[in-house]
Write a protein that binds this ligand. Structure first.
Ligand SMILES: [Fe+2]
Ligand SMILES: [Fe+2]
Length: 501
């Protein structure tokens, strides 16, 4: 394998677990890898518990271990790896080591034993071991992404903005972040620039100093709240102020965590990584939610289309059994929707009425042919059976919980109720009858009067209008009748558009 393939390649990141009790030595080693041109991410552990936890929760390309840490020497590290069945190359770093000891370590499963300056040996080992990030097959990687896991690649590409009036502090953090492999680091020493920079970068993490000239960290947080109103601001406070009051004030102002000055550089890396993981997961979930919301809207539309189709087919079935024509239901439902619009209902609800009203007589499919299709007048008993169509319609439609079917059921149940309480099936009075039924009834009766039926000639419009006016406050809601008269020219246009012939 060609070593240069991995050098200076921002996509490939090696993850190195350092079993090391000195922060400085760990950072020095990280620097050495960086100087060799490797992008690395590392974690330092110095106890077996921490090491096991790191092995359980993350993938590693290389383990570099000191040999003289109390209770965690090279043998212990090797045996932990063996017990956990982790086949990760292990390099032991020692100041000096005798040959027999080295041989024992190699027999215990150690890859190599090198001196503190032995970075070239470690590079060689890395060269021979493809990084884990490269070993994950595409399908598994995509599964991980679906499972909302944040990859190293995601982390190292995260956008970080450092704000500290002391350029030395900025330089230290920038250096440690670069050493850890972060690629997208922005900074400023002037707090007056933060808002503009924030809106330019939209960082995944803001490292913010508290004591600065012009604007202190608290004031910067206040300003940022104005520019970031849709989302939370991931702020990590850099401060030497350890008093409770300052910490509480910062938390109240929107800070999510603190880094105390002078910096513990390993802690800096861990805290930043933790905050970024949360932030990137949040970003991922937010993106997924957008997708889900779109899907829900799409599915809802599909569902509504299906309901509409069922309702329309039911309407067709009813037409086959009734003398009324298909155009009757089109005219009366369009008129009802028009009136609802005039009464101030929103367009969606008017559309709902348009689609629900055609079902008003669906219950007629439950009336025996001998009665429903009888040419002459019905006797009292037959009339009693005919009247049951309102209840039958309600039973057919009301099972479905959708808004469309519930409205259709209500209209079917109440379309023969009368304003004065003399209607059927329940003798509802005035506003006990739903407004949708009060509207639909006027349109239904008007259209029935002006249509030809086997037993009657169509009434002239003037005569039908006169009837509607006469029934104002008797059969019909007076207010609805007023609206009917107001939109009558449009209703007659609908009649002309959908004639029976
Ligand atoms: Fe009816
Ligand atoms: Fe009708």
């Amino acid at each position: 394998m060609n070593l240069t393939m991995y050098k200076n390649n921002p996509v490939v990141n090696y993850r190195i677990l350092m079993v090391e009790n000195s922060v400085e030595d760990a950072l020095l080693m990280a620097c050495s890898f960086r100087e060799e041109g490797f992008q690395i991410q590392f974690e330092r552990v110095e106890t077996s518990t921490a090491m096991i936890s790191a092995l359980e929760t993350q993938q590693w390309d290389l383990i570099v271990s000191k040999n003289d840490i109390l209770q965690l020497d090279g043998f212990k590290v090797a045996s932990i790896l063996k017990d956990m069945r982790k086949n990760i190359p292990l390099i032991i770093v020692a100041d000096s080591i005798d040959l027999s000891h080295k041989e024992e370590l190699l027999n215990a499963g150690v890859c190599d034993v090198v001196t503190n300056k032995g970075i070239s040996e470690m590079v060689q080992i890395l060269q021979n071991n493809q990084p884990m990030t490269k070993q994950v097959p595409a399908e598994i990687a995509s599964m991980e992404s679906k499972n909302n896991k944040i990859t190293n690649e995601d982390l190292l590409k995260a956008k970080i903005l450092i704000v500290d009036d002391d350029p030395k502090n900025v330089a230290v953090i920038q250096q440690v972040l670069e050493m850890a492999g972060y690629e997208n680091i922005h900074f400023t020493s002037d707090p007056r620039e933060v808002c503009d920079l924030y809106q330019e970068i939209w960082p995944d993490l803001l490292l913010l100093d508290l004591n600065m000239p012009y604007f202190n960290g608290f004031q910067v947080m206040e300003q940022l709240k104005k520019v970031e109103q849709r989302d939370y601001i991931p702020i990590l406070i850099l401060t030497a102020q350890t008093d409770r009051e300052s910490r509480l004030k910062a938390l109240k102002g929107g800070a999510k965590d603190f880094l105390l000055k002078p910096f513990d550089l390993v802690e800096v890396i861990h805290r930043i990584q933790n905050m970024l993981e949360v932030r990137l997961l949040h970003n991922k979930l937010r993106t997924q939610n957008y997708g889900l919301e779109e899907k829900v809207v799409e599915r809802t539309k599909e569902l509504y289309k299906t309901q509409l189709s069922v309702v329309q087919h039911l309407g067709r079935a009813a037409e086959y059994r009734d003398n009324e024509t298909g155009n009757h239901v089109i005219r009366m439902s369009r008129s009802a929707s028009l009136m609802a619009k005039e009464m101030g209902f929103d367009q969606n609800y008017c559309d709902l009425i348009l689609n629900a009203a055609p079902m008003h007589d669906i219950g007629k499919i439950g009336i025996p042919d001998g009665i429903l299709l009888k040419p002459g007048k019905h006797d009292v008993e037959e009339w009693g059976v005919m009247r049951t169509h309102a209840e039958i319609g309600y039973k057919i439609l009301s099972d479905d919980p959708s808004e469309l079917m519930q409205l259709a059921a209500k209209i079917a149940f109440q379309h023969h109720e009368k304003w004065d309480g003399s209607g059927y099936p329940n003798g509802l009075k005035g506003t006990e009858i739903s407004i949708e039924a009060r509207i639909t009834t006027v349109c239904d009766v008007f259209d029935a009067l002006t249509s030809e039926r086997p037993y009657k000639r169509p009434w002239p419009i003037e005569k039908a209008v006169k009837y509607i006016e006469d029934q104002k406050g008797v059969s019909f809601d007076p207010e609805v009748v007023e609206i009917f008269l107001k939109v009558l020219p449009e209703i007659t246009r609908i009649m002309d558009q959908y004639t029976d012939s």
